[in-house]
Design a protein around this ligand. Sequence first.
Ligand SMILES: Cc1ncc(COP(=O)(O)O)c(C=O)c1O
Length: 414
Amino acid sequence: MNDLFDKIEKNPGPLGMHADESYGYFMFPKLEGEIGNRMQFRGKEKLVWSLNNYLGLANHPEVRKTDAEAAARYGLASPMGARMMSGNSDFHEQLEKELSAFERKPDTILLNYGYQGMVSAIDALVDRHDVIIYDSESHACIIDGVRLHMGKRFVYPHNDINNLETQLERAVKLVQGTNGSILVITEGVFGMSGDQGRLADIVALKKKYPFRLFVDDAHGFGTMGTTGAGTSEAQGVMDGVDIYFGTFAKSMALIGAFISSEERVIKHLRYNSRSQIFAKSLPMPCVIGALKRLELLRSKPELKANLWRIVHALQNGLREAGFEIGKTNSPVTPVYLNGTIPEATALIHDLRENNDIFCSMVVYPVVPKGVIMLRLIPTAVHTLEDVHYTIETFGKVKTNLKEGKYKVDRIVEV
Ligand SMILES: Cc1ncc(COP(=O)(O)O)c(C=O)c1O
């Protein structure tokens, strides 16, 4: 017998094991001040590349005004209860209508959180007779949704369409026996590597195999496609994506999410998504704030144009300077270097303390052992000067890393 609390104390997990030396710096850092390209970290201004504030809406004056007025008028409590019981409102329904029009789908359901909503939607859509096929690099919310699934689940290596086809062949044989259905799930833009899911290739497989396609476009909504409708728009396959998921947590700089699809699918989700039925609905200021953000997304294409000006400058500049940035074809910009975890911490420390650049680092187990990934999120409110300074500074730290200047045997103490 083992006391549960003693056991978890001894097994803190892959992130928790670094808690003591990392808290407040490498993990749970506090960025303060107005959200933008420059923020305060430990009392000093830093150039920040860590926020998914893609369109710069977090601190847009119209957004701030609407958020403040909605909070003053409705408070944060309203409406009380789950939507099904007592927490519905005209604003919630209006937002769903406007999102449907934006996504060119018949209907939409709002979700309180993207993560929970996604888990619950997967749970609500399939039963034990069905097969889920999903990309191996899917976000944790997809993985957790798949974990709830009582039927078979097949995974295909990231963006490997030949392998997906093999999985579809297996799945078709299986569902013929169970009289079930097939759901394929992928991301629109993969949040770590920045490459797009091969939606057009997946949609093309529908001619050969009977399946429905569910796309988590957390990073693509607002950033990809001519109107910002997402990765499916960018790849010209909006109709081929059967169920489209977007979150408000990134380009909308808010909280909440949504799923758009056919009316019969959304109706099913309204009455079967446990994370929505059994949870309080989105507060009114979030809904009114989302309506405002959506209006800006539609009426101010210059926001997306600014974002992409910075994306292109940053990604082209990094490539020209000899950096490895992988296969990104979205704003997400990974920079791959080689080194140990302690070296990564020394490098990040140098970037933050001596060069005033704040970016996120990703290490094993998210990337292979020996790889350090610096993850940059360009936004509409960055400047070309920010880009040039960052590329120049990255050049310096890359040389330092090669010359062994960050060699330490333990995580840097801060
Ligand atoms: C691909 C993907 N899906 C879902 C989510 C979850 O969204 P939310 O922050 O709204 O819970 C995220 C956010 O981190 C994400 O990157």
